[in-house]
Structures are given as structure tokens and as C-alpha cells.
Ligand binder design. Structure first.
Ligand code: BGP
Length: 479
């Protein structure tokens, strides 16, 4: 009886502050399509998915995606229908600079994003722009891409074009989305460009991304401070929970957090302005044992440390799920490998609820722990949740997605209002189903369902759209 009464007790309503902004996110490659239209150059994801359809789960490419290049007005309309405060989308570098270089600006590309931004502003939706969401111009990859130090300068040129053209309309900028993903999975694994050079090219990529980020932030301060805009970077952190209470597993979990999040956050947010010590020591030691004359993890010059340290106005955080971490075997492999450098075992608890994605289980309490860990590790930085979401099967009655969003928002609410985490906004991934990288169209994260069989790629609101709309408008989680 007691349990019954407790289950039916009214939960106190959890409300966010009146000004707390809720938004939705998307990314250029995943939605625009029109991959070779109106002067757009080829990106590494165009090349990779065209050359290796067999590596994509459903063997599809993003040539059309959700056709947002032509249907952006529909996207703005459904965002409006949700009542969100902002829309986070990304700009495709090769649509603006087809060869990646500033020698040729594609006017049609510039015009396209003006149209998107203007359509949003007309509806009072704030544009939040990601400058790089993984679609590097192929011509820059032909020069080594993110492993070539010169790319940082090309990136600054590109960023300058964006500030010059859109700076008067956009006041929230993210330089990069999830460097862990595109360096670790792209240069160290099977995502584009598919270098599979783990423990080597992934570190070079990370190093040049951090340099490019710092250089861009300083360029913004020097040349565009009159714009009163804010510049941040989006990093991703799944919660990494010790598998047991043993000291070894606690230490392993902290090491994993430093490798997966500290890699990028430590140089920007810590007072040392450098890679985490545990990462430096492990990679230096393993490199030596493997016979390298120098560490596989590059070093920053003192000038670079100063440039990168504190190069942010706010931090974007993507969070989806939780993993368990236990102590590794301690074996040193003869080959470079990020996982061996990190040296821990990562798993998930099979009792955590599954989703339509192999890596994503529903673990709402991990969100609160993530936010508290970031707060305690980096002096409570100003954060916006730039992605949080879940894939389930097609269908409009997505009760499971509603439950995921509700549970994660409750966890976020506790982190902010009980623990004092400095979070100033939340973004659901994604506005609508889209091309989910190596999983093609098989994973559906959308609040709106996209009917890929219909000729006009119809977008239909799911139950979760109505739920999220209530949250966005009332700022409260419905009971
Ligand atoms: C994030 C990316 C998004 C989106 C999301 C879904 O890592 O920033 O672009 O794709 O993950 O995950 P996935 O496509 O890996 O299933």
C-alpha cells in the first residue's frame, strides 16, 4: 500500500527559469543534401560514403538527406511549431569555400545560409551556428586534413568569412562539434576520412583542432569584438562510471574521462592550459616503449598554451549515455592505439534500457553526474547542452522518446537547481530524423519523423514534439 501511495504522490513540478532557452539541433551534412549543387565542393563525408557504401549500415549516402537545402523553410516552420528559442545548425565549409581555401567564395552558398538565418530571425528563433560539424572540404583532406598543421590557418580564413558575412545576425558560435568523434573515429577509426590510425593521427588531429580553435577565438577577439557575440566549442562526454567501488576502477574511470573529455577540455579550461597529465604520461611512456623517438602526443609551444587557455566564452556539451569503466589488463601493445594508451575496459550494464542504437542506453542519472564532474573539474564553467537525444523505431507514438527526454530533463534540473551547475540552455538532437553518419537513415532521433519514401520527404510531428513543445513554452516538465 505504501508503495502504491508513493507512486501516486504528486511530484513537485520541476520548472526551469523563465528565460531558460530550449532549442533543437541539426547538422549540414546530415540534412542539407544537394551535395554538388550550386557550386558546393566535395566534403570528406561525400567522398567516403560514395566510395564505401558497404561501410554504411544501410548502404545509403547523404546526397539528398532531408533535402534541407531546398526545404529549409519547412524546417524553420516546424521549429516554430515547437516554440523553441533557438535552432542550432551547422555551416558546410565546402558549400562556402568549395576548395577549402579563401581563393574562391561560393556566393550561392553564402546566400543559402543568409536565407536560413533570415527565415529563423523572421520567426524570432535565434540562430546558433556550428562552424564545423565534420564535413571537411575533400581538397583539404588531400593535403592531410586535420593532421596537417597548416589546416589551422585555413580554418581561421574560413571562420573569418563566416564572421564577416553573418556576424551581424548571429551571436552564438561554436567552432567545432565533438572533436573526440571526428578525430578519434575519423582519423583513428572508420568514420570519414577513415584513416584508421589510432594513437597517432587522432592525436595530430586533436592538436590541430585545438590550435585552430584557439587561433579562431583570438582572431575573433582582435577583429570582431564589436559584434558582441559569444564563441564556444562543443565537446561530448558520455558519463564514465566506475564498474565497481574499487580504487582501481575509480582511477580507471577518471583516466577515461581525462582521455575522452580532458583531451580537449583541459587545454582550454584548466589553469595549466595543456593536455591532462595522465594522458601525457601514458602516451609518452607507451611511445617510448614502442621505440618512437618522440611522443605520439604532440606538445604545444608556450605561445600556443596561452592562446588556447581560456579561449571560450561558454562551453557546449553533448551528452547521450553512460558507460562502465574498469581497470585494463596493463598490457602494452606494439602498435600505437588510443585505447591501449587509455588502458581501461569500457562496457555497459545490460540491464540499462536499450534504444535503437548499439551504443546508447537510457541512463538519466549519468547526465547529472556528468554535469557535476565538469563543474568540479573546471570551476563550474558556463555550459549549454548542445545535444541530447535518443533513436527509436519509426512511428509517431514515440512514448519511449518522451520518457527519455523527461528523465534526462529531470536529471538536468537537479544538476542546475540542486547542485548549482552553470547550465544556461538545452538542445534536443534532433529536430527531425536525418542521415546519422555510418548508420545512414537507420537511426531516427527526430522529434519530427521524416518519411523517406514520400517524394517530398514529409516531416510529421511525433508525440515527443508535442511533449518538448510544452517544455519549451512553459519551461516546466509536465507531471
Ligand atoms: C553526435 C553528433 C550528431 C549526431 C548524434 C547521434 O555525436 O554530433 O551529429 O549524429 O551524435 O549519434 P550517432 O549518429 O552517432 O548515432
Amino acid at each position: 500500500l505504501c508503495a502504491f501511495i508513493r507512486a501516486h504522490e504528486a511530484t513537485p513540478k520541476q520548472c526551469f527559469s523563465n528565460l531558460f532557452p530550449f532549442g533543437v539541433a541539426s547538422a549540414a551534412f546530415q540534412t542539407e543534401g544537394a551535395w554538388n549543387v550550386s557550386g558546393k565542393g566535395e566534403s570528406i563525408w561525400d567522398r567516403y560514403t560514395h566510395e564505401h557504401p558497404e561501410l554504411v549500415f544501410d548502404h545509403n549516402n547523404a546526397d539528398v538527406a532531408t533535402d534541407s537545402y531546398h526545404k529549409y523553410e519547412d524546417d524553420v516552420k516546424i521549429a516554430k511549431q515547437l516554440g523553441v528559442t533557438f535552432y542550432r545548425f551547422s555551416i558546410s565549409w565546402p558549400r562556402i569555400l568549395p576548395t577549402g581555401l579563401r581563393n574562391k567564395i561560393n556566393e550561392d552558398g553564402l546566400k543559402y545560409y543568409h536565407n536560413v538565418i533570415d527565415a529563423l530571425l523572421r520567426e524570432n528563433i535565434v540562430p546558433v551556428v556550428t562552424m564545423y560539424h565534420w564535413d571537411l572540404p575533400q581538397s583539404l583532406q588531400d593535403l592531410g586534413g586535420w593532421t596537417n598543421p597548416t589546416i589551422a590557418e585555413y580554418y581561421v580564413d574560413y571562420a573569418r568569412v563566416l564572421f564577416e558575412n553573418y556576424g551581424h545576425k548571429v551571436n552564438t558560435w561554436l567552432t567545432f562539434n565533438e572533436p573526440l568523434s571526428f578525430c578519434h573515429d575519423g582519423y583513428g577509426g572508420y568514420d570519414a576520412p577513415g584513416s584508421r590510425s589510432s594513437g597517432f593521427e587522432d592525436y595530430l588531429c586533436g592538436h590541430n583542432v585545438l590550435r585552430a580553435h584557439g587561433m579562431t577565438f583570438r582572431m575573433f577577439q582582435r577583429e570582431f569584438s564589436h559584434l558582441k557575440a559569444s564563441v564556444g566549442i562543443t565537446l561530448d562526454l558520455s558519463w564514465l562510471e566506475p564498474a565497481t567501488t574499487s580504487a582501481d576502477d575509480q582511477e580507471a574511470a577518471e583516466t577515461a574521462r581525462q582521455f575522452r573529455f580532458g583531451w580537449f577540455s583541459h587545454p582550454i579550461l584548466s589553469k595549466e592550459g595543456d593536455y591532462p597529465r595522465v594522458m601525457r604520461e601514458s602516451i609518452d611512456r607507451n611511445s617510448k616503449r614502442q621505440g618512437f623517438f618522440r611522443s605520439r602526443l604532440p606538445s604545444f609551444t608556450p605561445e600556443e598554451v596561452d592562446m588556447i587557455k581560456n579561449s571560450y566564452h561558454f562551453l557546449g556539451l553533448n551528452h547521450y549515455t553512460t558507460y562502465l569503466v574498469s581497470k585494463g589488463s596493463g598490457k602494452i601493445s606494439t602498435k600505437p592505439s588510443f585505447d591501449d594508451d587509455m588502458g581501461v575496459k569500457i562496457s555497459q550494464n545490460p540491464s540499462w534500457p536499450k534504444t535503437n542504437s548499439t551504443w546508447l542506453r537510457v541512463v538519466p542519472w549519468g547526465f547529472r553526474k556528468t554535469l557535476n564532474w565538469v563543474k568540479n573539474s573546471f570551476n563550474n564553467p558556463l555550459l549549454i547542452i548542445t545535444e541530447n537525444g535518443v533513436p527509436f523505431e519509426a512511428g509517431l507514438q514515440d512514448v519511449k522518446r518522451v520518457n527519455y527526454i523527461e528523465a534526462y530533463l529531470r536529471s538536468l534540473h537537479d544538476a542546475i537547481y540542486k547542485d548549482g551547475c552553470n547550465v544556461f540552455g538545452y538542445t534536443y538532437w534532433s529536430l527531425m530524423d536525418n542521415y546519422e553518419w555510418m548508420r545512414g537513415y537507420s537511426e531516427r532521433f527526430g522529434l519530427f519523423e521524416v518519411d523517406y519514401k514520400s517524394s517530398n520527404l514529409t516531416r510529421s510531428a511525433r508525440l515527443s514534439a508535442a511533449f518538448y513543445s510544452t517544455v519549451a513554452r512553459t519551461k516546466c516538465i509536465p507531471d
